[in-house]
Design a protein around this ligand. Structure first.
Ligand SMILES: [Zn+2]
Length: 248
């Protein structure tokens, strides 16, 4: 197996290491999530410096070591500067990066997740849609790509499609009033929020700009998504979630 690999990557995490290196978590189109060292990236005149910062997108030439990759060359394609400059965007962008880091295993390629993160950072930077709605959009899409698509079209218990609904983590979707009575943890969900979640799962982020969401829907959607994550995934707590909460 060749030990040199070329990848396209998004920098999810970058921290100083030793004298002048950086330790990175990259999400690559070809290999999924990987850890890599960028030697000398913090030294003056390092050609790697710009390409290995958080929120950078670039092409990397890597050397595959026993437990980690080493960056030998890197060409920055884009740096999402606007995300770094505005606190709210920064909090959202950081949260998306951390969520991906926690949600996926190392060395499992998933080009759709790569595209999702890339498109989401792009839209965050463009600033045309609500950053918080973009976060919810991202969470729902990521669930779907991880194989946990919420069941929202009809009652997950009996298949009926009428009346009020509630959300059930156990059922992984909505339940009608009758079926909901058998689940003590289920909580009510408005038809509007249910339709909003369905819509978010279907569209590309460019459609978010035309969606108007009231405060109640924001609250309901957040509760649904977070509850679903807690029940079905073992992602655990996300450090930047508290920061995001504070800022937004
Ligand atoms: Zn039912």
């Amino acid at each position: 197996m060749t030990r040199q690999v070329k990848v396209e990557a998004l920098v999810l995490y970058s921290r100083p290491l030793g004298e002048g290196d950086r330790l990175l978590t990259l999400y690559t189109r070809e290999l999924g999530k990987i850890s890599a060292v960028a030697p000398g990236a913090r030294k003056m005149k390092s050609k790697l410096a710009a390409a290995v910062e958080l929120f950078a997108r670039g092409h990397f030439l890597l050397y595959r070591g026993r437990s980690m990759y080493t960056v030998t060359q890197a060409a920055q394609e884009h740096q999402y500067h606007a995300i770094r400059q505005e606190m709210k965007l920064y909090a959202c962008g950081l949260y998306l990066a951390e969520l991906v880091t926690k949600a996926v295993e190392e060395n499992e390629a998933n080009p759709a997740i790569f595209e999702l993160l890339l498109e989401s950072w792009k839209h965050l930077e463009a600033g045309r849609s609500s950053p918080v709605l973009l976060v919810r959009y991202f969470e729902l899409k990521l669930l779907d790509l991880l194989g946990y698509r919420p069941h929202l079209d009809d009652c997950a218990g009996c298949g009926k499609q009428r009346g009020a609904v509630c959300w059930s983590d156990q059922a992984g979707g909505i339940l009608c009033t009758d079926c909901g009575q058998g689940d003590a943890e289920a909580f009510s969900l408005s038809r509007g929020t249910c339709a909003l979640a369905q819509y978010l799962l279907k569209v590309t982020p460019s459609r978010l700009v035309s969606i108007r969401v009231d405060e109640e829907q924001h609250k309901e959607l957040k509760r649904l998504v977070q509850s679903f994550y807690r029940y079905w995934t073992d992602i655990g707590s996300i450090k930047s979630a508290a920061f995001l909460e504070e800022i937004t």
